[in-house]
Design a protein around this ligand. Structure first.
Ligand code: NAP
Ligand code: ZN
Length: 348
């Protein structure tokens, strides 16, 4: 067992504090990773604040992890000491059900093991995430991070990147696809960059026009303020696919009005409050309302390689561990451009 520095939530209502946690001894199929950087996802905040249900405290979150392999178990074949690697939202799954066999471990029929706040099958403990100096993970859930991607910026691809890449692929976005991205935050800005790289015509739907310049710089064709009711008239029946990344409850009926016949609105945003969809918002144009969870391991590798090939990186703001609580407040007020990344060296 190894003791490492970390930042943990002591309860749903207190700020995160510096602490230590233990990492298990390496099993034969385990990889130990010295963490270099960890992104802050809005899911971290939902989780530690108990917004998705009760959790056990203290809890270390963080599921956008990059670093270097520092040790490998005796049977490990996929990774070597020194390799630059990443870990996303999952650290295990049953490996045997039809979803795991199909490479969709995120939909494991027995439930995938989340990187934090899950129950680790290795020892029954609660999994602890990436706001820490090191982590031990089964080699099958460790990704290769291409050398061309700046290690200081790449971490958010492990959640924000794959969570937007997966639905864009599933709904076959390609050249000329008319796509809208709702919410220009961590996930939203990655959705824009990836959809643009796939050749789509992308429109950003943000609360205000304050992020318009960035949207256009990332390749979006247009940026509209959703606070302006005229937006919903002007863009009526304009899109084939809408990716909603918003962490709060939205008026689904208004957004469904922006879809063409046969269009789909995919919810990746996961507000604690239920969303409401009137049947007659869907029926008259044969619309679909869908959800999507992260992506499979092979698909995550494909996304990392795609981002390397297209030179896609998140826009990040590097912080030290003692700035995490302040960063949370800025995420909550939509004041992040566009992902906070913790320098794990500052945990020492
Ligand atoms: P984020 O960086 O906070 O971005 C969310 C964006 O939504 C904000 O930047 C803001 O964009 C917009 N927004 C926030 N509050 C709003 C409100 N009250 N009304 C309208 N728009 C609002 O969060 P994130 O890390 O991208 O995560 C987004 C959501 O996805 C979270 O709920 C998270 O838990 C979830 N998530 C889901 C998955 C999955 O697998 N499905 C994976 C990761 C995260 P503007 O400033 O442009 O309006
Ligand atoms: Zn996340």
């Amino acid at each position: 067992m190894r003791t490492v520095n970390a930042y943990a939530a002591p309860s749903a209502t207190e700020p995160l504090v510096k602490t230590t946690i233990t990492r298990r001894d390496l099993g034969p199929n385990d990889v130990e990773i010295d963490i270099a950087y960890a992104g802050i996802c809005h899911s971290d905040i939902h989780t530690v604040r108990g917004e998705w249900g009760p959790i056990q405290y203290p809890q270390v979150v963080g599921h956008e992890i990059v670093g270097h392999v520092s040790a490998v178990g005796s049977a490990v074949t996929k990774h070597q000491v020194g390799d630059r690697v990443g870990v996303g939202c999952m650290v295990n799954s049953c490996g045997e059900c039809e979803q795991c066999v199909a490479g969709q471990e995120q939909y494991c029929l027995k439930g995938n093991i989340q990187t934090y706040a899950g129950v680790d099958p290795a020892d029954g403990s609660i999994t602890q995430g990436g706001y820490s100096e090191a982590v031990v993970v089964n080699e099958d859930f460790v990704l290769r991070v291409p050398e061309s991607l700046d290690i200081e910026k790449v971490a958010p691809l492990l959640c924000a990147g794959i969570t937007t890449y997966s639905p864009l692929h599933h709904w076959k976005v390609g050249p000329g696809s008319k796509v809208a991205v709702v919410g220009m935050g961590g996930l939203g800005h990655m959705a824009v960059k990836i959809a643009v790289a796939l050749g789509a015509e992308v429109t950003v739907l943000s609360q205000t026009t304050s992020k318009q310049e960035d949207s256009l710089r990332y390749g979006a064709k247009a940026h509209f303020a959703t606070k302006d009711p005229a937006t919903f008239e002007e863009l009526a029946q304009s899109f084939e696919l809408i990716i909603n990344t918003v962490s709060a409850k939205l008026d689904m009926k208004a957004y469904l009005g922006l879809l063409k016949v046969d269009g789909t609105l995919v919810n990746v945003g996961a507000p604690s409050e239920p969303l409401e969809v009137p049947a007659f918002a869907l029926i008259p144009r044969r619309l679909s309302w869908a959800g999507s969870a992260i992506g499979g391991i092979a698909e995550t590798q494909e996304m990392l390689d795609f981002c390397a090939e297209h030179g896609i990186l998140p826009e990040t703001e590097l912080i030290s561990a003692d700035q995490i609580n302040e960063a949370y407040e800025r995420v909550l007020s939509s004041d992040v451009r566009y992902r906070f990344v913790i320098d794990a060296a500052t945990l020492a």
